[in-house]
Ligand binder design. Structure first.
Ligand code: FAD
Length: 389
């Protein structure tokens, strides 16, 4: 019997269907040709060719790929997870690009939108012709989105929106923003064309993490919209939280890719670099670290694939997603930090992917529910006692 493959030790890829493997290969190939050679530059300059990327992702069928109809591919949840994994093996910012488009902006319109809103936006968003963003977080409302101050009030049959959203991915390049606001009737979602007078997106500068991703402050100053701009049915936090759950699902797969890339970089580096007359990988302390990385990468991959199967079976609870996000992001960050040490001085350079991943994963630990929020969700799940406030 052959020894296990160091790049897929538990042979997890054997569990994938033919379609899932095809998608894995297509995304890997695209990532290797179009993304990996450029990502260090994008990261260093903090600039991203968003329109070009959107077109490429659209042609590959990645935008809203797990949604049905409106030009979306309608793949399994597992296939979507695998695509996120392969994208995030290059950079968390690129996976965020696809997550925000498909799982936040498009999903929100697909799940909660009127027929007119769906027909107007989804086909163009699936091809990448129109980018979307998702505005929930505010300067003073992050983990506690219920305390948001953005307000939508009625003026005749119109809505008028005022407020500020913060840390909004793709806000500066979006054609449409899904904005959540307080109304007399509870929190509601609005489909806001970003060309509407009173809407401004300002780039967030000075980020030290997720630099290959565009982040914005959205200012809504008397943004007047027709009555048809509101999502018709949904009220309260259920609306945005339902979308976040979709995006978190992509994250718990994505970070397996980031962890795998760090492990592979550390393995390759320590096998080729010699100190004290032999490869670094030949020292016991290095092997201990490699074994720890291997275990974490495979454990998180196993968790992701189990959660993927639960989602496709229709039995996934959002507490499972909290489990996966908490466990896999923490594990990827541990892997990245350990791998960073194994590359010595080269570990801090953009010539290697490890520190870039490590720094990105600090954002991933925080957005889509911080580590603490997911711990509290799990705490409530197992004790029935809410400890959020
Ligand atoms: P806070 O909520 O202020 O939390 C600060 C710390 O306090 C955290 O450690 C938190 O866990 C802890 N804490 C808070 N409450 C409690 C409690 N009850 N018990 C214990 N600890 C607690 N948002 C969007 O809406 N759309 C986007 O596209 C988007 N993209 C983002 C991109 C980037 C690069 C980043 C960094 C963020 C993005 N976010 C986005 C925002 C993100 O979701 C929030 O940053 C996140 O929800 C945390 O909110 P906060 O930063 O205000 O932290």
């Amino acid at each position: 019997m052959n020894t296990p493959d160091p790049h897929d030790f538990l042979d997890l890829d054997a569990e994938l269907s033919g379609e899932e493997r095809d998608i894995r290969d297509a995304v890997r190939e695209y990532a290797a040709e179009q993304l990996a050679p450029n990502v260090a530059d994008w990261y260093e300059t903090g600039a991203l060719p968003a329109a070009e990327l959107a077109k490429g992702f659209g042609q590959l069928g990645l935008l809203g790929m797990h949604l049905e109809g409106y030009g979306c591919a309608g793949t399994s949840a597992m296939a979507y997870g695998i695509a996120c994994r392969e994208l995030e093996a290059v950079d968390s910012g690129l996976r965020s690009f696809v997550s925000v488009q498909g799982s936040l902006a498009m999903y929100a319109i697909h799940r909660w939108g009127s027929d007119e809103q769906k027909a107007e936006w989804l086909p163009r968003m699936a091809t990448g012709e129109a980018l979307g963003c998702f505005g929930l977080t505010e300067p003073d409302a992050g983990s506690d989105p219920g305390s948001m101050r953005t307000r939508a009030v009625r003026d005749g049959s119109d809505w008028v929106l005022d407020g500020t959203k913060m840390w909004i991915t793709n806000g500066t390049v979006a054609a449409v923003a899904v904005v959540w606001a307080q109304t007399d009737d509870g929190i509601r979602g609005f489909v806001v064309p970003t060309s509407t007078p009173g809407f401004t997106a300002n780039e967030v500068k000075h980020k030290l993490s997720l630099r290959a991703s565009l982040t914005a402050e959205l200012v809504l100053d008397g943004v007047r919209l027709p009555g048809s701009a509101a999502f018709p049915e949904v009220r309260g936090l259920r609306g945005p939280l339902n979308c976040l759950n979709e995006a978190r699902y992509g994250i718990l797969f994505g970070v397996v890719g980031a962890a795998r890339a760090c492990y592979e970089s550390a393995l390759e580096y320590t096998l080729s670099r010699t100190q004290f007359g032999k490869p670094l990988a030949g020292f016991q302390l290095t092997q201990r670290k490699l074994a720890d990385l291997l275990v974490e990468v495979n454990r998180s991959g196993l968790i992701a694939q189990r959660i993927g199967r639960l989602k496709d079976a229709g039995t996934l609870h959002h507490h499972h997603v909290s489990f996966g996000k908490l466990s896999n992001v923490r594990s990827a960050l541990d892997v990245a930090r350990t791998a960073r040490s194994m590359l010595g001085a080269n570990g801090i350079s953009l010539e290697y992917p490890v520190m870039r991943h490590m720094s990105n994963l600090e954002t991933v630990l925080t957005y889509e529910g911080t580590e603490e929020m997911h711990a509290l969700t799990l705490g409530q799940s197992i004790t029935t006692l809410p400890a959020f406030r």
